[in-house]
Design a protein around this ligand. Structure first.
Ligand code: GDP
Length: 532
């Protein structure tokens, strides 16, 4: 076993920024991501993300659905350099039906960028995703997009965020005009004027140094009526709104906001600079045993996502691992803590833009993909020997249950295998009732049944039918072993096991849960279970 005591470890960690972009569908996340990659030098021309997305979609028709629905179902991670920084951007699924996946993605990042549409403000999905970030006190940078369209008044937008999300908002830039009159923004942090280039959407805005809001130079670039308004608004903003405070931002109490237009590449660089300059370096991770500091020389990491069948021809599975500490080198042998087996990590992949590349090395904070045959599951730890269990990667009780069967009874056995794979991937909960045959599948959002049905058919060639189930909810059952067994015996018609073999109590009504809680105080019914 090698102890990678690299002197450059602290510097490599310090230059890393691992984050996610959260937004309501249509606010501009894809466009912004594309511009990030463009300015990060990962792609040559904006438009490639979609083009590559197309290529990726041909890998499986499941992805086609993603395209038709205009939702992104699968999270992936992309790495690229920005100046002297290394950005790891973890993509979050944007649809509310995939909140569990999103939650796990959030466990792998240190910060988030919240994109809102300047005309729409805080939308339902923005709020949900924000709440997930708040559970972990993640620092959040806000990008108010589409300022080239008619948008709301700047103060109104800021107020709405403050009130709706209960977070202080400090303007990092101030927009000048909107819609057709949108000229650019005043950079309040650096006292610069940024003028949007309407001719070339992929070009960075022109920057003009200004020595404060009273600088006469402003008048050369901003028409009088807009200038007067700008000066008034900035004066008011400085009086009424919070100032940027890094500590408060890092603690998740304050978000800096930039105003821009992703499609016109406007404000994107300032946002990226903000992430580089103020964003957190990789943070310590929590295990049941202790905190793991990124600077520790020994490599540790945890699986936060498993994606099966990315390439249906190979039936491969990729486990996405967030490196929690140390310097990893390709070929290293790591302990797979759950199975207590050594694994040689010989073909890890880094996702550079939409391409896969062999990862020769990775540092704490990075995300690598490890192809495997199902050994790696969500929540699993990889270490250089220490038996760590990372915490905080929950599995939620599904909110919707349906029974599933193959339309061709001959394929029942294959169906079981397919279902187990999806359960391990975290795409659904699969319960095997103790009485009768067949399976009950649980999901968090109703669209997931459709996604599953189409994946089972496409990836395994098994047409299936989902049908209503008498059960509506599921709870994991724990307590003293004899009590659990006694209870399970009497309530056989409610009992099932999940894919890990853990006991689950299926319920028809909330009343069932209340009854058990009242009559069996020694037992615990829980709606989440830590995955490890
Ligand atoms: P996502 O669903 O959040 O990923 O949003 P997209 O990036 O796909 O953008 C949704 C729509 O808004 C697309 O038609 C984009 O071209 C458009 N869009 C994105 N950014 C801007 C912008 O700054 N201004 C305008 N006018 N449209 C934009």
């Amino acid at each position: 076993m090698t102890l990678t005591n690299r002197p450059d470890l602290p510097a490599e960690i310090a230059r890393r920024r691992t984050f996610a972009i959260i937004s309501h569908p249509d606010a501009g996340k894809t466009t912004l991501t594309e511009k990030f990659l463009l300015f990060g030098g990962a792609i040559q021309m904006a438009g490639q993300v979609r083009a590559k997305g197309e290529a990726r979609r041909t890998r499986s028709d499941f992805m086609k659905m993603e395209q038709e629905r205009g939702i992104s179902v699968s999270a992936s991670a992309m790495s690229f350099d920005y100046g002297k920084f290394r950005f790891n951007l973890v993509d979050t699924p944007g649809h509310s039906d995939f909140s569990e996946d999103t939650y796990r993605t959030i466990t792998a990042v240190d910060a988030a960028i919240m994109v809102i549409d300047g005309a729409k403000g805080v939308e339902s999905q923005t709020r949900k995703l924000f709440e997930v970030c708040r559970l972990r006190d993640l620092p959040i940078l806000t990008f108010c997009n589409k300022m080239d369209r008619e948008s709301r008044d700047t103060f109104e937008i800021i107020d709405e965020i403050q009130e709706n999300l209960a977070i202080d908002v400090a303007p990092a830039s101030w927009p000048i005009g909107m819609g057709r009159d949108f000229l650019g923004a005043y950079d309040l942090i650096h006292d610069r004027l940024e003028i949007m280039d309407r001719a070339d959407r992929n070009r960075v805005a022109e920057t003009i140094r200004i020595s404060g809001i009273d600088d006469p130079k402003l008048a050369e670039h901003v028409p009088p009526h807009q200038l007067e308004k700008l000066r008034e608004e900035i004066e008011m903003a400085r009086e009424l709104l919070p100032q940027f405070d890094r500590q408060s931002f890092l603690e998740g109490h304050l978000t800096p906001i930039w105003f821009g237009s992703a499609i016109n590449s406007f404000g994107v660089r300032e946002l990226m600079d903000g992430m580089a300059e103020y964003g957190p370096a990789p943070q310590p991770q929590t295990a049941a045993e202790r905190q793991i500091a990124p600077e520790e020389p020994r490599v540790t990491g945890f699986v936060f996502k498993v994606q099966a069948n990315m390439d249906p021809k190979h039936r491969d599975r990729v486990a996405f691992v967030r490196m929690a500490s140390g310097h990893f080198e390709r070929g290293m042998k790591l302990l797979h803590v759950r199975s207590r087996k050594q694994m040689a990590i010989s073909n890890p992949v880094l996702f550079l833009a939409a391409d896969r590349e062999l990862a020769e090395e990775a540092w704490a904070g990075d995300i690598i993909g490890i192809p495997n045959h199902g050994q790696l599951r969500i929540g699993d730890a990889l270490t250089e020997g220490e038996a760590l269990r990372f915490t905080g990667i929950p599995s939620f009780a599904p909110e919707l249950l349906q029974s599933v069967r193959a339309t061709d009874p001959m394929k029942a056995k294959h169906l079981e295998k397919a279902l187990m794979q999806f359960a391990e991937e975290g795409a659904a909960k699969v319960f095997k009732p103790q009485i009768g045959s067949g399976f009950i599948v649980g999901v968090v959002g109703v669209l997931q049944f459709e996604v599953l049905a189409s994946r089972i058919e496409l990836e395994y060639g098994i047409p299936v039918r989902f049908e209503g189930s008498q059960f509506t909810s599921a709870r994991w059952l724990t307590g003293p072993q004899d009590k659990v067994e006694a209870f399970a015996n009497v309530n056989k018609q409610h009992m099932a096991t999940d894919h890990d073999g853990d006991l689950v109590y299926l319920t028809r009504l909330q009343w069932d849960i209340d009854r058990v809680t009242r009559d069996h105080p020694e037992l615990r019914l829980t709606a989440t279970k830590e995955m490890m």
